[in-house]
Each structure stands twice: as structure tokens, then as C-alpha cells.
Design a protein around this ligand. Sequence first.
Ligand code: SF4
Length: 629
Amino acid sequence: MSVAPDGPVLWPARHVGEHAYCPRLFYYMQVEGVFIPSADTEAGRGIHTRVDRPSTTPADASHAPARAGRRKRTEPQANRDKNTPGETADSSSTAAPDDGATADDPDRPRSVRSLALTSERLELTATLDLTEIAGEPHRGGIAVPVEYRKGRPRHLDLSGAQADEELEPGQQPLTRVEPWPTDRVQLGLQVILLEEAGYTVPHAVLYYATERRRLEVPIDDALRADALRELAAAKRTASGARPLPLVDDPKCPRCSLQPICLPDEVNHQRRIALTIGGAPAGEPPSPRRIWPPRDDGIHIVAQTEGVRIGIRGSALRFTDREGALVRDMPIASVESLAVVGHVQVSTQAVHVLADHGTPIVFMTAAGRCIAWIDAPGPTSAALKSRQAQRFVDAQSRLDFARAIVAAKISNQRTLLMRNAQGTPGSALDELARQADEAAKAPAIDALLGHEGQAAAVYFRHFPAMIRDDTLSARFDTHGRRRRPPPDPVNALLSFAYSMLTHECVSALRTASLEPSIGAYHTTRPGRPALALDLMEPFRPLIADSVAVSLINRGEVGPGHFLDTAAGCALTDHGRRAFFDAWGRRMATEVTHPTFDYRLSYRRMLMLHARLVAGWLLDEVPTLAFLTTR
Ligand code: SF4
């Protein structure tokens, strides 16, 4: 296969570079601080709950190795679990003695949990699950590290071509049970740290909880060399750019970072750009659908005046202005909290929500976002700096702006086609022409012109989508006007665009992007310019669609609006109806035209925010935003 000089180079399938693990996963977790729990990681946490409890008995503190960290204690004999490796026949030599040795006896064998060791020479720190120690460091002391694993060890098939039908009845296939390479490397590094701390390490142990199997790992120079080689490779990875995702790798469907990493989506886009002998390399396979189409969490909007939000145990507690309980909501199920108007949120609630990584947005009754509270979360300095660099570059800004404006106009056309009966073909043709022109506009100014001309056509025919004659006529009189909104349809649109801005800010933050640095929208104090960029293609699909359907389904009517000096605004009842419709729309699943799988609109925003991040890092060669037909 030859690759065009300027084309992307794909990694070979299942390539893991010089590592025995996924380098991209390592980079996300160690460099960018990204972690998402999964069923596997939670099960692993359960297995480690006991073994990670620090050892603290004062009598044993004096036996700490010279470089041991703060957490160590001899495990009380009474706490020993007969299924843990410390009491198997293999480890009988490290069991607590009954030969009269006292707790002060430095030679007394003991088990130390969560032993933290550091080597300045190697620039390496590790916390060892369990260490069986006898004697003192530098005085002939012996240490055996015991590493806990949730799963199974590697079962290596040695039967070659031996087919099932060739096996004698009752005969098991020939296999060898051994540690996984990553587990072996981890133990090797622990051995090196213990040796540096002055212990002799005769062997190491891996305990696989699923099979309750203890594997003894011999210590030799090959183990030490493998461990040091992986350590050096990990350091090289950490000091470079984020590695590309694996290709068609079976690890990815089980990886908790898959929704952030998007391995199949990134590789799909890279394959599209790949040419062989100057011709496209063919249609790549659709990405595996390994991301649930929607989240199961609850997005809360609190807008009843006087409501207080506090904490009760592991729940958010809502009380009314008299202090009566309205409801409790388990914190773990809350994905976001929007606070509208005069609702009080306690400091404790803010702390707990921040701890859970749940964003809070404060909005005025008119829907204007006035503050966001978001936990620091994962940050990628490299990505933010790349974002700033790319958006200074005029060509990059233009490429990005073309993609979002062309997608927006295309989606405006689709919405009119579906909902505005009697829209003349000439208007639809004009929108198609403006979308085409926008996709190849030579400059941002030209793009602004195409967007403006498309908006004029779109909003001229917008009233035809509204089945309430009164509301439709009022909008027809004013056209689209923002500050202040002069009529109910404009008020609904402004409110919906504010909500969409908030959703886009959240999506960008989860992708480690800086919402204030945009490409099409210029950066101004307090303006989430990139969120305004990202929302352009979604304005018709989400915000306009919610406004139109609210009226056409009869969920809001003229009675749900107040005309004030500050413009037209939704009443409390009107806002409640709006938020119901908004929640439904964000949970609606739509098929992605390129990846051919369905995602909710909320997930679609996250997907595109992460694809923008991939484009900024040159992982994804082209930008394509969601368009519907
Ligand atoms: S999804 Fe695959 S490529 Fe991405 S971090 Fe996980 S294992 Fe690595």
C-alpha cells in the first residue's frame, strides 16, 4: 500500500507501538488527567477496597522501609481473608509468626498495604497493593510485592491447530496460564523500587481475583529490563503529542475512555482522507457503535421562585420557600443543574455537585446565562494551546467557519422543507446555493454575507412553520429580532439559543476545549465564542425545532408570554413547558450521516466537540458537522 505524501499514515491494525498497553489511554490518564469510571474499573475498585486501606498500626510504623510512603501497617491477622494471597500455602513463610516474636521484632514477617515508594533516579512513584516484608531494609530484609487484579490471567493456547473435535472426551485444551505483559511490567517496576529501598526481592506475586489465582513471578534481569524499557517508552509518550487511537483494536469496546477517544470515528475520518495512488482508498467501514446513544442521567432545571437546593445524605434535596420537602434526587443520577431566577443553592450542594463533576448554570428568567460553575476536570494544556494557535491562523479559522455555516444553512433548508408548507422552491434553491457558496467562501467576510442572505430567506419563510395564526403574524411583522425580543416567537427563539449555548459550553468543556476562543465568532469579554460556533449547525435542528413544535403542539400559546418594557418573555408556566420540550429534544436520537449510528442530540453535541478537538490536534483531517435530510 502506498500512501499519498500529504495523506495521513494509519497505524497498522492492533499496533500498540513500543508499549505493552494503549499509549493513548496512558496519555489521557497521566498527562491530561482524564478518567471515566466503567463497570470494569468500578469492579476493580471493589477488589482494591480492602487491600488499598492504608496500614496504620503504630507498632509497625517503625518497620517502614527508608523510602516508604506515609501509608503502612502490618495487616492484623484477624483481618486476613483466606482467599487472599497472603495465606495461601505459597506464602506460608510470610504469615504472622507464632514463635513468640513481638510486634517490635524487626524480623517479624508482616504485610503492608498501600506502600508508596519513590525513586528520584527513575522519576517514578508507585503505590504497592500489598507487600509481604520480613526484616529491615539494607539489613537483609526481604520483600515480596503482591499485586491484585480484578480479572483473569492470560490463558495461552498451546494446542496449536488442535480442534475441539480432536479432543478426547473430558480432555481440556492445552493452555499455559501466565501474567498479562502489562501486569508483569508493573510488578517489575515495583521490584526495582523495593530493591532501591534496600530489600531483597526473591519473587513477586500477581493475584487474579476472578479465578482466585495466585501466580508467582520469578525475578530476573529480563523482568527488570522489560520494566525499564516500558518506563522509558511511557516517559517519551508523556512528553510528546497525544498518540493516535488504536485501529480496529478489541480493547477499545471495553475502554471507558472510548467516548472521549473516539477511536473508530477518528480512524474513519482518517481513512476517508487516505488516498492510494492518488485515488480515494474506498469507503471505510462504519465505526462500531460502542457508545450508548444517550445518557441515563437527569438534567434538572430549577425555576420555581423560593426553592432551595441542599444536600441530604447522597441526595440533592429540594425544599419550597416554607421549608417543606419537594423532592430528593440521588446525586449520582444528576447530569446537570440549571438554576433559573430566584432559586437558592447551598454551598454544600455546590461542593458536592462539583465533586461529582456535575456542571451548574445560573440563568435569568429571560434565559440569559449569567454564570457557570464547573469542576476543574480534565484539562489538556496542549489542546487549549493548539486551539489558540489554530484560531489565530486565518486559513484554519476559515476552514472551521465554512464547515459550521454551510451545515447551518443546510439544516435551515431541511427544517423549512419539512415544516413550512408552501415554501417556494426558489427559496429552497436559494438556501442550497448559499450553503454551497458558504462551503467554499474565500474569506470570513464573504461567509458572513452568505449566512446573512440565507438567514433573510429562512426567517422570511419561518412564519409558515407556525400553526398559531396570532403568533405567526406577530413574528411576520417583526422578523427575527433579539434585544429585546418583541414577540412570543422571538422570545422562544432567544430562550432556546441561550439554552443551546449552555449545552455547547458543557460539551466543549468535556472535550477539554476553551469555550471563549472561537473561529467564526470573535473573542470578546464574557463571550463563549467557540460555543456560539459549535451551536450554529444545531440552531435549526434543536432550538428552532423546539420553538416551532412547542407552538404547533399547543404546549405554549399567547397566554404563556408576558409583554414587558424589557420585551416579551415566557411566564413560569411557559418556561416549564419549554424545559419539558427541551429535555425531550435533547434526548431525541438522530442518525449521524457519516458514522451511520444513532445518538441523542446531547451526545451529538459532545461527539462534535470531541471531533473539533481531534481536528485541532490534526487527528481528524476534515470537519463535517451534523446535517439532516
Ligand atoms: S478507546 Fe482504544 S485507542 Fe482509545 S484510549 Fe481506549 S484503548 Fe486506547
